[in-house]
Design a protein around this ligand. Structure first.
Ligand SMILES: [Zn+2]
Ligand SMILES: [Zn+2]
Length: 155
């Protein structure tokens, strides 16, 4: 990816749009309960940007504060979940983690890890060989690479 690439995206109804310029600092699959509840999906995938890389346009996004300092934005018209947003001490400033499926071309943003494997729904995993972290990626060693060895519960 080049430094001057601009990724565009927005909500389902098109009222909220955004442009993210430059490289993402990382693309995570997140299995945490809060992300799952915000989206309704069994896992979410987020591409991270420093706040000054992202410009929103159209309608103002709505922000729900899921915990102190953490905003989860969505379109007030169609309800599409858009971001996790807040200050990252690791990144040294405010960030937007943008939900991957709201990008116009999500194929370009390839995930490199799974985080919060400790909260993963037991019957859900992904057949990739990426590292799985218990909580935040990069905090400690990965639990493993690849899906659970013992397999998933099934009927
Ligand atoms: Zn919308
Ligand atoms: Zn999460």
């Amino acid at each position: 990816m080049t430094k001057d690439i601009t990724m565009t995206g927005g909500c389902m109804c098109g009222a909220v749009r955004y442009e993210a310029t430059g490289d993402t600092f990382g693309v995570n699959h997140c299995h945490c309960k809060s992300c799952r509840r915000h989206t309704g999906g069994p896992v979410v995938t987020l591409a991270g940007y420093m706040a000054d890389q992202v410009v929103f346009s159209g309608d103002e996004r709505k922000i729900y504060n899921s915990s102190e300092g953490v905003g989860r934005a969505f379109c007030g018209n169609c309800g599409t979940p858009l971001t996790w947003e807040g200050v990252s001490s690791k990144r040294g400033g405010p960030i937007f983690e943008i939900h991957i499926s709201t990008f116009d071309s999500p194929d370009v943003l390839v995930p490199n890890n799974h985080q919060f494997d400790s909260e993963r729904i037991s019957w859900f995993d992904v057949a990739d060989n990426l590292p799985r972290f218990s909580e935040f990626n990069g905090d400690g060693m990965p639990l493993r690479h690849g899906p659970v060895i013992e397999g998933l519960p099934s009927k």
